[in-house]
Design a protein around this ligand. Sequence first.
Ligand code: CO
Length: 210
Amino acid sequence: MKPFEKLLLENKAWAREKIQNDPEYFNRLANLQTPEFLWIGCSDSRVPANEITGTEPGEIFVHRNIANMVVHTDLNLLSVLDYAVHHLKVKHVIVCGHYGCGGVKAALTHHNLGIINKWLRNIKDVFRYHESELNQIDDEAQKLNRLVELNVEEQVMNLAKTSIIQKAWKYENRPYLHGWVYGLANGIIKPVYEMKPGSHLDPIYEYDDL
Ligand code: CO
């Protein structure tokens, strides 16, 4: 059996098991999507949103990219965010990074990775904002993990800089924004940052005609 054929076989077994436990399972999910959470995570195969949070299909709306970035020119991210916030009306948006992130690690090097340079440039900016703190850390792994935490914090702030979030905060007092970091070594998620609805940024980022 080829590796991809195993996936299709496992899928059949999974669907069969779901129906055995709950005959209405797929009928219910096919007709309704009401997740409370939007998850913006890293594409890393070791950080699957549902599995590590013990949630089922239908509970989390998911967007993943290299190093869980919120980039304001990323039409994909913005579309997901707008749909989740204004149509699905999620109550929480979670940016979840992970220690040992390869994307963040690559951003700390000087390697030319072609088109990926442009994506990692956003993480290099985060490094520059926090350079004085990060340069005091001698241990490379610790420096990387601190940058992972700071990156999550900056991406949460990037969410708050969008008119999408500011509008929902103003008129509906939601969503909560969360910055989390997952530990590959122990499977535990550490909350590192939070912004409640109505939180304030540097005023230069705030819109008044939402
Ligand atoms: Co990663």
